[in-house]
Design a protein around this ligand. Sequence first.
Ligand SMILES: [Fe+2]
Length: 172
Amino acid sequence: MAVKVMQRQLSAVSGTSNSTLVSINAAFLQEIKDVHTELWDLLAGARDMCKHKLRSENDEHRLAADMEELRDLFALQFSLEEGFGYFDNPAFVDMNIAKRAEDLKNDHQYLYCEICEICDWIDKLRHHRRLPLKLKDVDIRFESFCDQLMKHEARENELIFDSFNNDIGSGD
Ligand SMILES: [Fe+2]
C-alpha cells in the first residue's frame, strides 16, 4: 500500500502555496461527454458540409447557422466540464493528474476562441459573397480545429481513465 501511494506521487496541498492545483471528477466529466450527443452530431454534419459545394444562399445560411450553433454548444460543453468535471484545490493531489488537468482545462479557451473566429470569418465571407470561393480554406481551418479538438478529447478520456484507476487503486 505504501509503495502504491509513493508511486502515485500523492502530495498534500500546502496551505501556503500560491498556485491553484486542478483535479477532475472523473465520473461527472465522463457523464457530461456521454450525454452531449447533439454536439458531436452537429460537428459531423458541419465537417461534411464544408466538403461539399455550396449551391445556394440557403446552403450558405445553413453552414453559417450550424457553425454558430456548434460554437454555442461548445460554450455549453466547456462550461459544464469546467463547472462539474474539473475542480480546484483538491485535498490531495496526484501531481501527474494535476498537470494534465490544468493543461486540458486551459485548452478550452483556445478551442472556443478558434470556433468563434471561424464563425466570424464565415460571416465576413458571406458578407463579401466569397464563401463559396473560399470554402476549401474554411474546410482546412475547420479540419485543423477538429484535429486539435480530437486530440484534446483523447487526452481528456485518458485522464478520466487514469483518474478512475487511481481511485480504485487507493481503495485497498
Ligand atoms: Fe474538455
